[in-house]
Structure formats: C-alpha cells, structure tokens
Design a binder for this molecule. Structure first.
Ligand code: ACM
Ligand code: ZN
Length: 521
C-alpha cells in the first residue's frame, strides 16, 4: 500500500525504516545537469539548489533507464538517483508530492522511510491543446504545463493552425496573423455559441512562443507544434488565397466541420511557402518533432481532382485519386520538415505504405482500422483513440473510468512487433472557450491518462486510483483548478446527449449547476 497519494502510481514502492524531517531551510544538493529537478523542489522548499552538502541529494548514477529514478528516504536523509535530467525531475516531482502530504509540525514535514524505483511505461506521454478554434494565451498554457509536470506528462502537442485561425506570428508571412488570426465572431457555430462575441483576433508573438517553450523545457516537457496541412487550412488561405487550387477568396471561418479549402498539391508556390514557413517555425520550436496534421482532407481531395495542376501531377505519377495525391503531398512536406532537422508526425488519415518510415503516426480514428494497425509494425505510433482520449468529448461518453481502463488491446494494438511510442489526450476547442471549460474537460481525466501512460497495466487498480485521486482533487480545489464532478453520477446518455463542452455547451452548464449544489451540501 502506498502511504502517500502519488499519481501516477509508482511502479515499485516499499516502506523502509526510519524517517526524515524536512524544514523550509533544508538544503538541496543537486548535480549540475539536474537543475530542473533541483529548482522544482526548492520552489516548494523556498531555498535554492546547491552544489556541496545537502540533506536532500539529487545525484547522477550511471546506467539507469531513460526517465527512471530511485527515491530513498531514511534517517540519514533523502536521496534521488537518476541517469538523465528527466528521471531526476520525476524523482523531484514524487518527492514534492510526498512533502505536500507529509505530517507537518512547527513548520517541519516528516517523511516516513521509503524506497521507490520508478520508470514510465511509455516514452511519450502527451496532452494536446487546440489554440486555433479558441485561443487560450500563454498564461493558461503555462498552467496546463504545471498540471502536466505534476503528473509526469512530458509532451505538449500544440495545435496552432486550423480553419478558424492561424495563431503564430510569422515575420516572413505577416498576413498569416493580420488576416489569418482574425475572424468575425468569437463563437463558432454549434452549442448555441454561433455569432457570440465580437471580432476575435488572437495569436502568439514569437517571443511568447519562446517563453512557453522554455517554460515547458524547465518542466521536462517537449513542445510539438501542429500546423495542419493540406486541409484545415482556411485561415492560411484567407491570407494567401493564391495557394489554393482556384485562388478564390475565402474568409477565416466561424463554422465547424470538414471543409474543402485545401492547399493546391500541384502548385510549386505552395511548397516554396511551406519551406519558408516551416524554416521559420522550426527555429521557434527546438523539440524533435513537427506535426503536419494531414487529417480530414477528403473534401479537399474532390477539389484536387478538378484542379488542372493537381490532375497533371496525378497523371505524371500514376496516382488514381486525391487520397493518393495526398501521399505525395505529405511526402514532400516531410522532406521539408526533415531538412530542418525534425521528425514528422501525422494523423492516421493520411498514412500509407509509400510513406517514409520515419514519419510517426498518430492514431485517432480509422475507417479502415486494420490497414492502420498494419502500419504500426512499420513505424512508431502515438495512440489517441477518440473513444478513450478525446477529452473534449463528454463525460457521458468518456467517463473517467473508461479513460483509466484504457489498454492497447482495446483498440487493436499491443501485439509483439507493434511500435507504440505512447498515448495522448486531446482537447479540441470548438466549444471550449475558456480556461475553466478547458479544465472541466481535462480534469480529472488527465490523471487517468497520466496513470495509463506511466504505470504498468498490471499494477493499475481503479479503486486505488480513485482513492489517491481524492488527494489531487483537494489540491485542485485549494489551487483553483476547476475539475468535473460529473463522474460521480451515473449518466443517462439519452438524457444527456450533448457531447460538446464549453461555457455555452450544455454539459458544462449542467456541471455548473451540480457544482453549486455540491458546494452547498
Ligand atoms: C482529428 O480529430 N481530426 C485528428
Ligand atoms: Zn490544385
């Protein structure tokens, strides 16, 4: 039994003799390259990490697995060991969680003796946020990063461009924001939000992007930007209509859905544009990956099939339809991404045999699931099945328990030879238009995702998770993080068919009423 409520659950935990008492002045001795870990602890202890003596030691030990750590508490002090900065950081996260719960007396916290040896199940533990449909801003994103760090999540997938807005300043293509970041109304069509609010004009400056990326790095989180192509590009085409097949003017949309606005695959100017833009963007994001989207382009394929330039390219390459042409288009875009030193990620919609094996596939939903599964023997996969990890979907459809009980085998993965790098939850923001609505969708399900990502399946227990979660909920209440109380109730899907969230989404309103009731009872 875990004496302390640690989420995600450590993979090995033993009680040990003795205890150690930590006060606010307790020094933290930290290997130089483990400064992120040291800072994370001293931010809590209100000291500064040192080289020299300290009762809490964060020490480099050779030969440990990536991201793993050992934590020992005894009468002699507290020792964290790791081989890499990520492992040291997660040791610090666990210790900080324990310190928060340790018995306090006269400003001192006594931690009971223990030994933890821990490492993640998956190397990739991701969270996606969609800043294109609704914009959150750097402070909200930083608070998301704080919550992620506490749960040992290590990747922020940042969706920054879609039909409803392009959200990053470009110095080479200034109209991407002066036109592409602006739409007529804040509210998008659906959930009673249509035509609400006035003009909506939001984007991140390059300085803000750098600030968020650096903040993430200090929490051992890698940022992966997504610039969705060739579909979901209405905002880009509003700024640069000459990049579409027929060059007709379009506006940044206030609607939702799948559109036929698409970058022309047969126009060299498009590849030139992508080359310059990706060059500029890759310099802002020092991480290893660049997400090209590639999803939901089927309506655009019909435009390609009518476009003389696209048709000529199809004939030249013996391609039978728009879907096949997307393979060629994505391959060229991937060459650009590679040129800038990054690895491409793309949604499963567009992945095929002809694709470079270095391209990582993100699985969300497939009409032909067996074809997609076949691909997982050939390339790395990230699993974001919409039935488990689309957290913008209602709690009626994805209750906490369902997210927690995820197993690869439930979506046809987990066989020997399949290459699953990790899992990720999404928060598409068509109807998530505030930090509170985002938190409602995210919490407490983020804790379930985190445990599914970190803790080995045979060690996971639903009831035990729920018990540990009580502590986290108390913490969230104290720190003003809003979370859904809905999972307490049995939801009748017929009575609550609404599966979108937002300050105007009904499910959110229901939860508000429930919350008011819960807080007065
Ligand atoms: C997606 O949900 N269109 C990836
Ligand atoms: Zn075309």
């Amino acid at each position: 039994m875990l004496k302390y409520n640690i989420l995600p659950k450590p993979n090995r935990y033993d009680e040990a003799p003795g205890s150690y008492t930590v006060s606010q002045g307790t020094q933290v001795l930290c290997a130089k390259e483990f400064l992120n870990a040291g800072n994370y602890l001293t931010a809590y202890l209100k000291t500064t990490p040192r080289q020299g003596e300290g009762a809490i030691k964060i020490k480099k030990t050779q030969g440990m697995a990536a991201e793993s750590y050992r934590l020992r508490v005894s009468n002699d002090g507290i020792l964290i060991e790791a081989s890499d900065p990520a492992g040291a950081f997660y040791g610090a996260v666990t210790l900080r969680t324990i310190l928060m719960q340790a018995k306090k007396q006269n400003g001192k916290a006594t931690v009971e003796g223990l030994f933890i040896a821990d490492e993640p199940q998956y190397a990739y533990r991701g969270v996606q946020i969609d800043d294109a449909r609704h914009f959150f801003g750097k402070d909200v994103v930083k608070r998301v990063l704080d919550s992620m760090a506490m749960l040992k999540l290590n990747t922020l997938h940042w969706h920054l461009s879609d039909d409803q807005g392009f959200r990053v300043e470009s110095k080479i293509f200034p109209e991407l924001v002066s036109i592409g970041a602006k739409r007529k109304y804040a509210g998008l069509k659906g959930c009673g939000m249509e035509h609400r609010g006035g003009e909506y004009f939001h984007y991140y400056t390059q300085e803000e992007i750098r600030e968020v990326v650096a903040y993430a790095a200090s929490l051992q989180i890698e940022v992966i930007p997504e610039f969705d192509i060739p579909g979901h590009t209405t905002a880009i085409l509003a700024a640069y209509p000459q990049l579409s097949c027929f060059g007709e003017p379009v506006e940044v949309t206030n609607e939702n859905g799948v559109f036929d606005t698409i970058l022309c695959a047969g126009n060299e100017e498009v590849y030139d544009f992508l080359d310059k833009l990706f060059g500029e963007l890759c310099a802002l994001f020092p991480g290893r990956y660049f997400h090209l989207g590639g999803d939901e382009a089927s309506e655009g394929h019909k435009v390609w099939e009518k476009c003389p330039k696209c048709r000529a390219l199809m004939e030249e390459n013996g391609l039978k339809d728009g879907k096949a042409l997307q393979g060629l288009f994505m391959s060229r875009a991937n060459e650009i991404v590679k040129k800038y030193g990054k690895t491409t990620i793309a949604w499963n919609d567009c992945i095929g045999d002809g694709f470079d094996k270095s391209i990582v596939c993100q699985y969300w939903h497939a009409h032909n699931v067996s074809d997609v599964r076949q691909q997982s023997y050939k390339r790395e996969f990230i699993l974001s099945p919409d039935a488990f990890f689309y957290f913008d979907v209602s709690y009626a459809n994805i209750p906490l328990k369902k997210a927690y009980k995820f197993k690869e085998s439930k979506v046809g993965f987990g066989k020997p030879g399949q290459r699953v790098r990790g899992i990720e939850c999404t928060h598409w923001s068509e109807w998530i238009d505030s930090e509170q609505a985002l938190q409602f969708a995210m919490f407490p399900r983020l804790a379930a995702l985190a445990e599914a990502a970190w803790t080995h399946p045979e060690l996971r227990r639903w009831k035990d998770f729920k018990k540990r979660l009580l502590w986290l909920k108390t913490y969230w209440r104290k720190t003003g993080v809003y979370y859904s109380r809905l999972e307490k109730r049995k939801w009748n899907v017929k009575r609550f068919p609404i599966y979108h969230l937002g300050t105007d989404g009904k499910e959110f309103q229901i939860s508000e009423r429930l919350r008011a009731k819960e807080e007065t009872t």
